[in-house]
Ligand binder design. Structure first.
Ligand code: DQA
Length: 168
């Protein structure tokens, strides 16, 4: 799934700055509750990399792919929703690890449904190998792709996929 018609045009137009210089497409990377504890929280499941490490990796990959990365984490559902709204008509794509909200939040699903560009859902752990309640995701129904169980490398795969979809 690439970008849908008018949005694609709008983002292309915005790909030029005020002086006509080229501006990289924006990708918003969102992280849900408890991911601020990455590296300390259940490292046998989530690994030892911190969220700051993941952010640095995403920014490095963004540089390689010529994407401008906006990176956020919150333990509050409304903040994630506000960032999704803020991405509308401005960002080329969203990478989201909704964490526990994956399995509970119709509100995040509704916000994502109002975003027109590609969305990639990321889970560090393989949610299908864990407790049965983690197998259901409200977000997967709107996501162009889902990456689970690849560790924090999954974020980089997601950025590569968004770069591909934006270029289509
Ligand atoms: C997670 C998986 C979720 O089930 C869990 O609630 C998380 C992290 C992951 O990245 O593997 O907090 O999204």
């Amino acid at each position: 799934m690439g970008l849908r018609g008018p949005l694609r045009g709008a983002l292309r137009r915005e790909a030029r700055g005020l002086r006509g210089e080229s501006v990289n497409p924006i990708v918003v990377v969102l992280n849900g509750p408890n991911l601020n504890l990455l590296g300390k929280r259940e490292p046998e499941i989530y690994g030892r990399e911190t969220l700051a490490d993941v952010e640095a990796d995403c920014r490095r990959m963004g540089g390689e792919l010529k994407l401008s990365i906006e990176f956020h984490q919150s333990n509050r559902e409304y903040e994630l929703i506000d960032w999704i709204h803020g991405a509308r008509d401005r960002a080329a794509g969203i990478v989201i690890n909704p964490a526990a909200f994956t399995h509970t939040s119709v509100a995040i699903l509704d916000a994502l449904n109002a975003f027109e560009g590609p969305i990639i859902e990321v889970h560090i752990s393989n949610v299908h190998k864990r407790e049965p309640f983690r197998r259901h995701s409200y977000v997967s129904g709107v996501a162009a792709g889902v990456i689970a169980g690849c560790g924090t490398q999954g974020y980089l795969f997601a950025l590569q996929r968004i770069a591909q979809l934006v270029a289509l």
